[in-house]
Design a protein around this ligand. Structure first.
Ligand code: FB9
Length: 515
């Protein structure tokens, strides 16, 4: 505490021993800064141990203007005019009086002196001014009330015995006194007043507890209104928050998360196992990022699966006529950045097929999901970059139908509040039937495409060895689109990339899909 503040506090606590104080008088009597006095009063009150009580009052302070000081020094203009008129019948010529001792204040003083009947004017060819003698008690000697009020104001900022009406004239009409509105604090000793500040107890120890029980100390009151500290900490990127929400939805529906840490994938898993022909335009360098190093994948399956995939592409099987072309293993070995997480789904399904074949137990439905980055060598625009996060869900089970796919999709999107859905037939190389998913977005007031879906083809599941009565339904969407809509972001560069506004990443209340 600064010396001034400590001195004020000590003087204040001593003063309160005898009586209450008002901050204005206390400060002016002791030459303290009024703001410091007020701070000390409030600080003692907020110690939480009732040392000092106070109330706040609005009051008015009067002080003399420059003209008021002139009056205090020389008397009011009317008194000066009266004094400038000589005693006796002759008085003085008006013309002489105007330039006499009261010349500087003649106009104002003459008017008031006439009103007070301190002087009288004898008109004529040569007007003269005479004193009025002995007519009223105020006249001889005159009682210069204006000067006496000025003296009262000089003596106290709140002069007693001056009527509001008189003060109003001096303030508004004659501009001899000015008014300052001030707030004053009337302080009194609280129930736990002491000459020295009492610190409330904030720690809990045996000694403190003993002192509290003895009534010597009190615990500091909890302040439930106080705000917690704002800590500048890192924040989750909105995409990751929405990713968490979708993961929660999947986990809540009994889905297991697939491992998605292979961003570099072989064309075999990304395309061939999905029955996507090697001439498909999506496999062209204009749509896919091919790696230079390592250009090819060395570890393709050696358990006959590759041969079955090759056969399915070339001659078909399981009711399919295949694509009737010479399937190239070299093409399949080309390394790429995966273009969809369906490559991950394909690896997982192949593993499930191995489990089915190696287990005698009846097959139980399995549910898997993935959320991770995928890469497309496409032209970028306001809403598309060369990469995005794909969300994919799949269910593999006995005799699943399109109805199961529709129902699962409805259940999934309902959990993020999208219930008004429509399905539109479409084509995917690896699913049949396939459907685009639309929802009517109340916020946007229009139908929005929210994903794609389908039943994996037998040409995909067959070479894996998945039994014919086991089907697999799947759907996918992106992470960026819902996140951009949630944040009202129109340009994906405001969400993802080096131009992102970091404030978006810190505290942003909007960024959850789920309540
Ligand atoms: O996410 C997409 N749209 C979307 C999703 C949610 C959403 O929520 C808002 C709160 C309301 C809003 C919009 N789409 C898919 C549709 C379009 O945005 C589309 O223009 C962009 N698509 C991406 C691919 O485009 C290069 C989104 C991405 C996409 C498309 C298809 C799949 C996954 C992602 C798939 C699949 C699939 C199909 C069958 C079997 C397995 C996977």
């Amino acid at each position: 505490m600064s010396k001034d503040k400590a001195e004020v506090e000590s003087a204040l606590l001593r003063a309160l021993q005898d009586a209450g104080i008002d901050s204005q008088s206390f400060a002016s009597d002791r030459g303290f800064d009024h703001d410091v006095v007020v701070n000390v009063i409030k600080s003692l009150h907020s110690t939480g141990v009732d040392m000092v009580d106070y109330s706040e009052e609005a009051s008015v302070h009067y002080s003399l203007t420059e003209a008021g000081r002139e009056v205090l020094e020389r008397g009011s203009p009317e008194a000066q005019v009266r004094e400038s008129v000589p005693e006796g019948e002759d008085g003085v010529a008006l013309a002489d009086a105007k330039v006499g001792a009261a010349g500087a204040v003649w106009d104002e003083g003459f008017k008031f002196a006439m009103q007070l009947k301190w002087i009288r004017l004898e008109k004529g060819a040569a007007p003269r001014v005479r004193r009025v003698e002995g007519v009223a008690a105020s006249v001889d000697p005159i009682r210069d009330l204006v000067r006496s009020v000025a003296a009262s104001v000089e003596a106290s900022t709140e002069p007693a015995g001056v009527s509001d009406k008189d003060m109003d004239v001096l303030v508004k009409k004659r501009k001899l006194v000015q008014v300052t509105k001030v707030r004053k604090y009337v302080a009194t000793a609280g129930p736990r007043w002491a000459l020295v500040r009492q610190k409330p107890a904030t720690d809990l120890s045996a000694d403190v507890l003993e002192a509290v029980l003895a009534g010597e100390v009190r615990f500091k009151e909890y302040n439930f209104e106080t705000l917690g500290g704002v800590f500048k900490v890192g924040g989750l990127h909105p995409l990751l928050k929405v990713r968490d929400d979708f993961k929660s939805v999947f986990l809540g529906m009994g889905f297991e998360e697939m491992a998605t840490n292979k961003w570099v994938e072989s064309s075999f898993w990304n395309f061939d196992t999905l029955f996507q022909p090697q001439q498909h335009p999506a496999r062209d360098a204009h749509d896919t990022f091919f790696l230079e190093r390592p250009e090819t994948c060395r570890s393709l399956p050696a358990d006959g699966y590759l041969a079955r995939v090759k056969e399915m592409h070339e001659v078909g099987g399981a009711g399919s006529i295949g694509y009737r072309y010479d399937w190239s293993e070299d093409e399949a070995r080309k390394n790429i950045l995966r273009t969809h997480t369906t490559a991950v789904s394909s690896r997982m399904l192949n593993r499930v097929a191995r489990e089915i074949q190696s287990s005698m137990a009846p097959f139980k439905t399995r549910r898997f999901f993935s959320v991770d980055r995928v890469f497309r060598n496409e032209s970028v625009d306001r809403t598309h970059l060369a990469e995005f996060h794909q969300i994919e869900g799949l269910v593999i089970g006995m005799r699943l139908t399109l109805g199961d796919l529709l129902g699962t999709i409805r259940e999934f999107f309902a959990k993020i509040g999208l219930r008004q859905l429509r399905f539109k037939p479409t084509f995917n190389p690896y699913t049949e039937p396939s459907m685009e998913i639309f929802c009517f977005h109340p916020g946007l007031g229009k139908w929005v495409e929210i994903g794609n879906s389908g039943m994996f083809r037998p040409e995909m599941l067959g070479p894996m060895g998945i039994p014919k009565d086991v089907q697999c339904i799947a759907w996918g969407l992106s992470l960026e689109r819902p996140t951009m809509i949630l944040h009202g972001i129109n340009n994906i560069r405001d969400l993802f990339g080096h131009k992102v506004d970091l404030n978006l990443i810190e505290t942003n209340p909007v960024s959850r899909l789920l309540a």
